[in-house]
Design a binder for this molecule. Structure first.
Ligand code: GLN
Length: 294
């Protein structure tokens, strides 16, 4: 079979069976490029060639896995975030464009602070910490991740992006190791409530439960992390969280209750309040404890 015939056959099968036909052509084109080295726009030039039996089998296997609901990003093994390449696969959350809002907020919170120290909690693939470090080579970034499977992607991605300033730590963010006093804590924690876990798209259900499930109401990490990390922040240091589409108001309240000031939100490209941030007061009573952690 020629490459064009293979692509057309796969495209018809996918169109008939896919949940979201809108992105099928793009997705199949990525799989085409993965196997044959060119995308669908080059089919008129190169699609007349015969596919080798090995290529044909590889393409058909990828298409079958795609049809069974495996995320495109896992099939490709790599995905772009903030203009950088990230290795992804079973066991690690796929970087989303929404999360770039967290990186941008983090960068503006670090504005004017030379050689900042940053912690990225629930780091997963490392996309947030590595993207921050790419813009701030003077930063020391600690990326904390509890899942061993995700941790190996985190290490790979630090190497892939030559992110010398990022140090991966395999640990639970709820019982962290000693860290130097922090200028910034960023986190995209699990935040999906139990009632929404059942309604996730089939592709999202291939992603790790541990990276998605945020407790019964989705707020477990937002309840615990602000108070736990307040003593580890320098006075005037900041914390910034990614939040679910309807969680900004409640998370803002939790930051205020934990004695953060200047609490505000950042919006994603869809106009959704996607990030909530606040600062540790300059005269916080926990400042003395910060010094003892130094
Ligand atoms: N943004 C992801 C989703 O909606 C969830 C990521 C998370 O829980 N931190 O699928």
């Amino acid at each position: 079979m020629t490459i064009s015939q293979l692509y057309q056959t796969a495209y018809q099968a996918v169109l008939q069976n896919a949940q979201e036909p809108g992105s099928c052509a793009f997705d199949l084109s990525c799989l085409l490029e993965q196997v044959f080295g060119f995308d669908r726009f080059h089919l008129p030039s190169y699609g007349g060639q015969e596919a080798s039996p090995a290529q044909e089998e590889q393409f058909q296997t990828l298409c079958a896995r795609y049809l069974s609901g495996e995320p495109l990003q896992y099939l490709l093994g790599e995905w772009e975030f903030f203009g950088l390449p990230f290795a992804v696969g079973e066991g690690v959350l796929i970087p989303r464009p929404d999360t770039e809002t967290l990186v941008e907020t983090g960068l503006s919170l670090l504005h004017g602070i030379p050689g900042p120290t940053v912690a990225d909690l629930c780091a997963g693939s490392g996309c947030v910490g590595i993207a921050l470090a790419s813009q701030r080579p003077d930063a020391a970034v600690y990326a904390l991740e509890r899942s061993e499977q995700a941790f190996s992607y985190l290490q790979t991605n630090i190497e892939k992006n030559h992110a010398q300033g990022v140090q991966a730590l395999l640990c639970d963010v709820l019982s962290p190791p000693a860290l130097p006093p922090l200028d910034l804590v960023v986190s995209n924690p699990p935040y999906i409530p139990r009632c929404e876990m059942e309604t996730l798209q089939p592709q999202v259900r291939h992603e790790p439960w541990m990276a998605l499930f945020g407790g019964e109401d989705g707020y477990d990490f937002y309840r615990l992390l602000p108070a736990l990390y307040l003593p580890r922040l320098k006075p005037g240091g900041a914390i910034a969280f990614e939040v679910g589409y309807n969680q900004a108001e409640q998370v803002s309240g939790l930051l205020t209750a934990a004695e953060y000031t200047g609490v505000g939100t950042g919006h994603d490209l869809a106009g959704i309040a996607r990030v909530v941030y606040g600062r540790k007061p300059l005269d916080s009573p926990t400042s003395a404890r910060t010094k003892s952690h130094a």
